[in-house]
Design a protein around this ligand. Structure first.
Ligand SMILES: Cc1ncc(COP(=O)(O)O)c(C=O)c1O
Length: 375
């Protein structure tokens, strides 16, 4: 066998997909695994894509994204307090590609990124591909908030970036102003980037302090954003990043080499998405969050308060079963699929995704209740 890229030898398949596939083998299994809106993309957005196709917007777009969409993004971001120009916006294939471009663009082999943990597994995957290293910052013992001392201790002379994902996947928790202050104080003026993964920030049910709005950090900030979650556009694969000019010079070269550009007619539709109010979907998620949390509380289960996204991260440590085994048994014995906390770097938890219909949620909660009753 011819040796392959050794950076990739430790990569594993996303466990979210693994448990979803396992559940698909079980008839009538309630799927609470994938973080994907069950809603369809709003009609106006689909109509905009179809009109763009009819108008033959089928040619290569500029590498950085169409000027029209970059202007719309700049206006949208500036409107919410993150002042950027169109030249600081790069249109990407979802937030995955935004994160990939950002991290690959800044990381040298051997450098480190700090990832508050539990956290989304993709950061570690990309760092590994780059030959860099993830430094998990365990926030499960500090109320899922950033402790100033712990963060300080995690920073080394190799630290290149810290990931800030709020509301968070997998907990749905939101970082407090205090947490963000701790991050800012630790990195301001140092050669450390703040990567704000804000894919859920339009799906927060409470006040959500946001480090990307802090102008003092503008020179160190890379914001990664997506159309997937707030507009139910997961399959469209459109997102963007914003960054300082000198960073854009490099990231643009990388993105152009990776993908050339995002499909032109999708970018036209994304402009319509930015003018779409996600409030009705957010309200539906909020009601489901309330329902699921009430049911879990009634079962005597505990979890960090989910104030955004569409996840609850339930503490199962008292059952003394590893989270992977718990989820496998839950699928096989109770026909409910969740994701083990271990997939997010936190043993003793399972992630429940509640972006599914009310009846399915009720069925899932009934079955979970029966399952834990028997443990
Ligand atoms: C925290 C977080 N970041 C980024 C992404 C990637 O989103 P997308 O590539 O669909 O825009 C996801 C998807 O689940 C996520 O949960």
């Amino acid at each position: 066998m011819i040796p392959l890229n050794s950076n990739l030898s430790t990569l594993k398949r996303s466990q979210i997909r693994v448990y979803t596939n396992l559940a698909r083998e079980v008839d009538d299994c309630v799927m609470l695994t994938i973080g994907e809106p069950d809603f369809d993309t709003p009609e106006a957005i689909k109509a905009a894509a179809m009109a763009a196709l009819t108008a033959n917007q089928t040619h290569y777009a500029p590498n950085q994204g169409t000027l029209a969409l970059r202007r719309a993004v700049a206006e949208f971001e500036t409107g919410r307090g993150h002042a950027v120009g169109a030249e600081q916006v790069l249109i990407t294939i979802g937030a995955c590609h935004a994160l990939f471009t950002a991290l690959l663009g800044i990381l040298n082999p051997g450098e480190e990124i700090i990832v508050p943990t539990p956290g989304f597994g993709l950061y570690e995957t990309i760092a590994t591909i780059a030959g860099a290293r993830t430094v998990p910052l365990d926030i499960s013992k500090t109320g899922f908030q950033i402790d100033a001392g712990a963060l300080k201790a995690a920073i080394t002379d190799k630290t290149k970036a810290i990931i800030v994902n709020s509301p968070c996947n997998p907990t749905g928790a939101v970082f407090s102003a205090e947490s963000l202050k701790n991050i800012k104080e630790a990195v301001l003026g140092r050669p450390i980037f703040v990567i704000c993964d804000n894919v859920y920030n339009q799906l927060s049910y409470a006040d959500c302090p946001d480090l990307s709005l802090d102008a003092e950090l503008a020179d160190q900030l890379i914001l990664c954003q997506s159309f997937s979650k707030p507009y139910a556009m997961t399959g469209w694969r459109v997102g963007y990043l914003t960054c300082p000019d000198y960073v854009m010079d490099r990231l643009l070269l990388l993105s152009a080499a990776e993908i050339t550009a995002v499909p032109t007619f999708l970018q036209e539709a994304a402009i319509t998405a930015l003018r779409t109010d996600p409030a009705p979907m957010r309200e539906a998620y909020r009601k489901r969050r309330d329902y699921v949390c009430a049911r879990l509380r009634a079962m005597g289960l505990t979890f960090p308060e989910p104030e955004g996204a569409f996840y609850v991260f339930v503490d199962i440590s008292r059952f003394g079963i590893p989270s992977g085994e718990f989820c496998t048994r839950l699928i096989r014995e109770a026909k409910v699929a969740c994701v083990p906390g271990a997939c997010f770097g936190a043993e003793g938890y399972i992630r429940i995704s509640y972006c599914t219909g009310d009846q399915e949620l009720e069925k899932g909660m009934d079955r979970l209740e029966e399952f834990i009753g028997k443990l």
